[in-house]
Design a protein around this ligand. Sequence first.
Ligand SMILES: [Zn+2]
Length: 340
Amino acid sequence: MPARESMRTAQRFGDRSRARACVEKMRRYLLAILCVLLPIVATAGAGAADADTDPRLKGRPFDSERAYRYLLRQCEFGYRVPGTAAHEECAQWLEQELSSRADRVAVDRFKVKVGDTRLPLTNIVATFNPKGEGHILLCAHWDTRPTADRDSDPSNHEKPILGANDGASGVAVLLEIARALAVDPPKQRVTIVLFDGEDYGQTLSDMFLGSRAFAERYSGPRVDWGVLLDMVGDRDLRLPYEEHSLKQSPATVERIWAAAGRAGSKAFVSEPGPPILDDHVFLLQKGIPCVNVIDFDYPYWHTRADTPDKCSADSLGQVGRAVLRAIAEDEAGWQSSEVR
Ligand SMILES: [Zn+2]
């Protein structure tokens, strides 16, 4: 394994020997979760598969094709690398899109010292029903990586990636969710945050810049549960549990994966996945129960080939409907034990 690859793997997956040492502990978590999940999935039945037709839930249709168009639109701006014109243009577009949907939008512009430069970054925070009961956080990173350092062609390593999946996919789902929530406002407060600077650097100290800043300064109302969407557009989508999420907020994992099953998604699989260092880790450290929905098995990760043709509307739809279903179930006051 080349040094570069082992470094990247170590960054994302953490210490494998430590992970192995935790296997026993994780098994216990999984067993506990499966004991709760299996009866729910079994009793949900095929007839309750579509959130939009369940009369006990509000109907908030998720338009997969429109979500895919949101993905394409972001890629049309070009490489959304902090400090570039394309990045700034995309930020303005995202602000406009969310401003037309949410009750309020805050654009948080700040600078972070990276090497010799002070990098201009923008987190975009949209709030729905600010006086609502309960609080849900939905987030994704919107920036794209300046270096295709996993590309098979070394001459591409210093070039940026388009980030159709790694960047645009999570944002696309959130923009379509924002549209659905604007048409049929939620009972809860829902905050959508688009993080900047997730994928900027070569080392951990200059990655996850937007989520770190958000978590450090967060002083808003307590978050009941949250979801981070990252790399959710893969045509061949498969979403196991992410290990940090499972360990630190098993109830939120259960909530999302169970809702996904009831929404008819086949992509959310009740299996353990690897620990992934992503924006949610910094939220979890601050006590915000935010879990990561991610398909890290993506051969085009950090390559020039992370382009829209590797993504599908259907994958975006499976994720969007799962999240909307989880919001609606929470809104209806459902506890897992009440679901039939
Ligand atoms: Zn990335």
